[in-house]
Design a protein around this ligand. Structure first.
Ligand code: 4AD
Ligand code: MG
Length: 457
């Protein structure tokens, strides 16, 4: 269907005084004596295009006026009343899809909770128009950043036989029905599709390391799955995961890359999404632009875990979870550090080894690992990062301590046998990054179809 995108018509003078065809959905309509006005949106911009209907030409404009109706409009693009605006004087109109009065989106502002009940229609609101455009710009910026810096984009498998994070949060994959009849677990798995337990990958890291050990610098960007039973505004069962892995990089090197990448993404969003940021500033987070500008203008804080514990112990706040050296930081602790103490992104480094994954490089102190989480105000952890243990014996010891099956990690261990090098990587949760740059506070609102416990519409 030949037509012009509304963003192109509104974005320049190129179409002024020309005949154009546009398509879109009616967002508002207003009738008066001699003319009727419509605002239509085709999704290519947050802005609506005004269509002016001369009632001498269209005696009954009512079929075009109903909220949500899909239209094709032919007409001349002319200067509008508002400065720098363009509108269309309609000469021919066609209803592509009628929209009856029970349309679940009405003119008023709906709550985000209500909109979650209509995921298939909420994309037609300004809020989701803005969120999904930013999501697209962020995703492209991520590729741009890594491609400019000699990283190779690799696709790691989604079906996996090994649990990367070792936290038992993997979804099982099976082709066996309920009534399989096998008596033992061994027999059950032996007769399943892969002849062994299989699941959906929680992270592409282990295969990412394989790729980095030949390609040098790689990144993955795809879905990861977590069967965490956590009903929070920050967790979903299916999220998009960006995981660079870099050979010949130690912890400070990967920290520098993470900071540079975050700043690159923010810069791109500020360049490419000015109207969206205005919108989020108005409806979601006062001071959003200033926050983002501050991120660009300042260095992130790097804070040792041990120091973080001291800060928390001295804090004049009653935490729900007690703080002592060795404990995992809870959301309340993370937010206190990044929001109340530093008010900027903070890398917390050198966590106790017992609360972190087996693959992290053990520090000489024997107690901590060369790992870091990046915490940001308003969201908490957005990146999990570490230097990897490159020493075979130390890695084997860490696996043994956790009761892990060496055979299942044979490839991974081989990387330490043949030309092992220091290397590091991190995982950025795409949705959490989007929450940070938009000020949208629930992860369910930055995914088309969020998957959470008990919800897979
Ligand atoms: O901290 P995580 O678990 O680290 C890893 O998976 C490492 N293998 C990454 C690596 O070093 N290659 O997860 C990384 C990030 C988190 O910081 C968070 O942003 C996001 O992934 N994430 C989730 N996002 C939404 N819902 C969930 N359930 C998430 N779990 C992790
Ligand atoms: Mg983590």
């Amino acid at each position: 269907m030949q037509h012009i995108d509304i963003c192109d018509i509104l974005g320049s003078d190129a179409y002024l005084d020309k005949e154009v065809v546009v398509c879109g959905w009616v967002r508002t309509s207003r009738d008066s004596k001699n003319v009727a006005f419509l605002e239509v949106n085709d999704g290519t911009t947050l802005k609506h295009l005004q269509v002016v209907i001369d009632k001498q030409k269209f005696a009954d404009p009512s079929p075009f006026m109903k909220l949500g109706t899909a239209l094709r409009v032919e007409g001349k693009a002319v200067k509008g009343m508002v400065q720098n605006s363009v509108e269309i004087n309609a000469s021919a109109m066609e209803v592509l899809g009628e929209c009856p009065g029970e349309y679940p989106l009405q003119k008023k502002r709906h709550t985000l909770e209500y909109l979650r009940t209509i995921p298939h229609l909420r994309v037609r609101t300004n809020t989701f128009n803005a969120i999904f455009r930013v999501r697209s710009v962020v995703s492209f910026a991520i590729h741009e950043y890594f491609q400019q810096n000699h990283f190779i984009y690799v696709h790691t498998p989604i079906l996996t036989g090994s649990d990367c994070e070792g936290a038992g949060e993997m979804f099982r994959v099976t082709t066996l029905g309920f009534d399989h009849g096998y008596k033992t677990e061994e027999e059950y798995f032996a007769n399943d599709f892969f002849g062994q337990p299989a699941g959906l990958s929680v992270s592409g890291q282990l295969e990412g390391e394989v790729a980095a050990m030949g390609l040098g610098k790689i990144y993955t960007f795809g879905p990861s799955f977590r069967a965490e039973n956590s009903n929070t505004p920050r967790h979903v069962a299916e999220f998009w995961h960006v995981e660079p892995e870099v050979a010949f990089a130690e912890l400070p090197d990967i920290i520098a890359i993470a900071e540079e990448m975050i700043k690159f993404i923010i810069r791109r969003v500020m360049e490419k999404c000015p109207s969206e940021l205005d919108f989020f500033e108005k409806f979601f987070e006062k001071g959003l632009r200033e926050k983002l500008q501050n991120v660009l203008d300042n260095e992130f804080k790097v804070l040792d875990y041990t120091e973080a514990i001291e800060i928390l112990q001295k804090a004049d706040v009653e935490f729900t979870y007690p703080v002592e050296w060795g404990c995992d930081l809870q959301t309340e602790h993370e937010r206190y550090i990044t929001e109340k103490v530093f008010n900027k992104p903070v890398f917390v480094t050198n966590y106790p080894k017992d609360i972190k994954a087996f693959y992290m490089k053990q520090n000489p102190d024997g107690k901590t690992v060369a790992a870091t989480d990046l915490l940001v105000p308003g969201v908490g952890e957005i990146i999990g990062c570490s230097e990897r243990e490159a020493d075979l014996d130390k890695l084997l010891a860490a696996m043994k301590q956790r009761g892990m099956d060496e055979a299942a990690y044979a490839d991974y261990l081989d990387l330490r046998r043949f030309g092992s090098v220091p290397h590091s990587g991190f995982g950025l949760g795409l949705e959490r990054m989007i929450m940070y740059v938009t000020g949208v506070s629930n992860i369910r609102d930055v995914l088309l179809y969020p998957r959470t416990v008990g919800n897979i519409r």
